[in-house]
Design a protein around this ligand. Structure first.
Ligand code: ZN
Length: 466
């Protein structure tokens, strides 16, 4: 019972600067571990003994805050965004009951929040403070590490709350505590509060958006945005890495690495056909935006992009092929918009565009741009006539993991259901001399050779695709 000893945090908080009271600020767990409450606020109004928020005895007489059982060196974080009022260092890490250093708080940080309330984080490790007075800190931002400085006889975090008028108050709701919890997510008795910074957004009876996904949703306009209302809670992606929420008209996906971005409409449909985040593109790294020519729309993903225009529909572009397309000006360059997803050709992969195509060859590990067409105009979503080549489809060089899809769900883009267009039979010499003509396909149609066979000599684009 006495592992984290009784502490007093009698801090002179003359700096409390009450401002116009906004919606009452609520708090997340002020540390990153999962340890619970050791000694809570004394709610007995000055009587002897103590009463915790649930009318129990997880407290001590006169305690003006919440002691969480943080082991030595635990990461302490801001419980909500705010401005640093005090960052006080210089106390010995091992204090004792009654040690007045730091106003009994030892090494500590005090933050002021949007509604004028303040929070204080006591007994931290000397030299561990990561913030300075005047700095603005984000909810969850590290402020220091726990220890036992000041009036403390064991490592723990004393978390104190003062209202805008400077009065010290209980944070937990309960029969002997406050009516409405100041934690965003108060959990079971003496358990650590939740780590959510926001209560989320709810549209009528809809599920709530939470955390970073909620922040993105609000940025986009929340309930009145084009996404409409949430239709799911926050769901962990099958890979265990990301999280997402579905809305009436789209989704927001989040990972720690990428942040939160929305996908919607036919671009989202295409991404889904490709296997969502488990497909070759990975997670979105942008919202949907207008392309530079003002005609189309796109999302970028970790490993590629999906571009849409009214004339071409949505198609994915990635790897070395995308690099070449980017270098030639995306859709504003000579290639225009993609008219196919990436697909297998003998010895490599290929994407078609309005103004030509780009072929990637396994053997050379290079991608080459070709302007003009060596094929009849085809809609990659429709079956093509068999070319009778026999060498198409899943060539031996298939990398397996890089195929746009493995389920064959999209007719026309899988060698198992449709013969892919063959590459040019062009045997002309290639500028730069570094491109062998395809040894494979014979041209079945007498459409003439490629109008222009452009090589980006010297440009090597290694595949980054899986
Ligand atoms: Zn305490």
């Amino acid at each position: 019972m006495n592992r984290f000893l009784l502490t007093l945090a009698l801090i002179a908080t003359a700096a409390a600067l009450p401002s116009a009271t906004d919606a009452q600020v609520r708090f997340r767990r002020p540390y990153t571990g999962s340890f619970g409450l050791g000694f809570g606020f004394d709610n007995d109004g000055g009587g002897g003994g103590c009463r915790d928020y649930d009318c129990g005895s997880t407290c001590y007489d006169g305690h003006g805050g919440e002691d969480f059982a943080a082991p030595w060196g635990s990461e302490v974080v801001a419980a909500q965004e705010g401005v640093v009022l005090v960052a006080s260092d210089g106390c010995a890490d091992n204090g004792y009951a009654g040690n007045p250093c730091g106003g009994y708080c030892g090494n500590y940080v005090q933050l002021q929040h949007a509604d004028g309330s303040t929070t204080i984080y006591c007994h931290m490790l000397s030299g561990s403070l990561r913030v300075s007075p005047g700095a603005r800190v984000a909810c969850g931002q590290t402020v220091g590490a726990s220890a036992s400085s000041g009036s403390s006889s064991g490592p723990h975090l004393h978390f104190g709350y003062r209202n805008a008028g400077g009065g010290s108050e209980e944070v937990f709701a309960g029969a002997c505590g406050r009516g409405t919890s100041l934690w965003v997510g108060q959990r079971g008795y003496a358990e650590a509060p939740s780590i959510e910074c926001s209560e989320g957004t709810q549209c009528g009876d809809s599920p709530r958006t939470m955390g970073a996904i909620d922040a993105k949703y609000r940025e986009l306009g929340g309930c009145s945005s084009f996404l409409g209302a949430p239709i799911s809670g926050e769901i962990t992606a099958p890979d265990g890495v990301g999280r997402f929420t579905r809305f009436e008209n789209g989704s927001i996906y989040w990972t720690l690495q990428t942040g939160a971005y929305e996908v919607h409409g036919v671009i989202r449909d295409k991404w889904g056909e490709l296997g969502w985040e488990a497909g070759p593109l990975g997670y979105p790294v942008t919202d949907e935006g207008p392309s530079a020519d003002g005609v189309g729309r796109y999302n970028h993903f970790q490993n590629g992009s999906i571009y849409w225009s009214p004339a071409t529909g949505p198609h994915e572009v990635r790897g070395a092929i995308r690099d070449i397309w980017e270098e030639t000006g995306w859709e504003t360059g000579p290639l225009g918009y993609p008219t196919s997803d990436e697909y297998d050709v003998p010895g490599g992969r290929r994407s078609d565009f309005e103004g030509g195509y780009i072929v990637y060859e396994w053997a050379t590990d290079e991608a080459t741009m070709h302007l003009g067409s060596d094929e009849p105009s085809v809609d990659m979503g429709l079956p093509l006539p068999s070319l009778g080549d026999g060498g198409l489809g899943d060539g031996g060089a298939d990398d397996g993991g890089s195929r746009p899809r493995s389920d064959g769900a999209v007719p026309g883009d899988d060698g198992s259901t449709v013969d892919a267009p063959i590459s040019s039979g062009c045997s002309c010499s290639v500028p730069g001399g570094n491109r062998a003509a395809s040894p494979h396909g014979q041209r079945p149609w007498g459409l003439g050779l490629v109008a222009l066979f452009a090589t980006l000599a010297g440009i090597r684009r290694r595949r980054r695709n899986r």
